[in-house]
Design a protein around this ligand. Sequence first.
Ligand code: PLP
Length: 233
Amino acid sequence: MGGIADRLADVQQRIAEAARRVGRDPQEARLVAVSKTHPVELVREAIAAGVGALGENYVQELVNKREAIGDAVEWHFIGHLQTNKARQLVPFCALVHGVDSLRLAEELDGRAARLGRCQPVLIEVNLSGEGTKFGVGEADVIGLAQAISRLPNVELRGLMTMPPFPAEPEDSRPYFIAMRVLREKLREAGIAPKHCAELSMGMTADYEIAVEEGATLVRVGTAIFGSRDAPNA
Ligand SMILES: *Cc1c(COP(=O)(O)O)cnc(C)c1O
């Protein structure tokens, strides 16, 4: 395939088509372009082609790229955040996707309070016990959501998950359905709709399925930037 602009257009079109297939408004499924390991020049190319939100896994890489590029895009942190690094993200991070403990949420809350900010976050859910080793088990999500929604300087926006890598895209569907059901349980448990609006799920291998099942944020890297082992492949 061609350059980043072509690949981006293809991904955006597939997202929109997946949304329409199930009667969703394509605007409700936003793309977070995952630029981890790729150089700043490639990231600038993606921004020029229309990327509005970037996702990074490593705090230092995110901080460095943001220093080089500035705030023309939203910066999302999608990796596992260590409590002692929260301070570096809070001044500018649009959304921290992987909050999986009250301790981390409290650290973000304290840091955000000092800056007079409110830090948007998602709770990372570990549905399988197999995919990512991070995230909270389904049984603990409601309790954590209730606790986080009481913090004044953290704003819970929803849930994130990363299922085991699928052999076929369809293999991820049950996990994505489980996320939708889990969000319904949060609502039934009294969590305000604005605190569980977002579902961050779907990557290169399965983002179309994720959109069909209700993803509001898909995190796509390889399909836009190429392979991380050989960035120009
Ligand atoms: C790397 C990564 C992605 C993007 O993966 P691709 O397969 O390259 O699309 C999405 N989410 C998380 C949490 C990641 O670490």
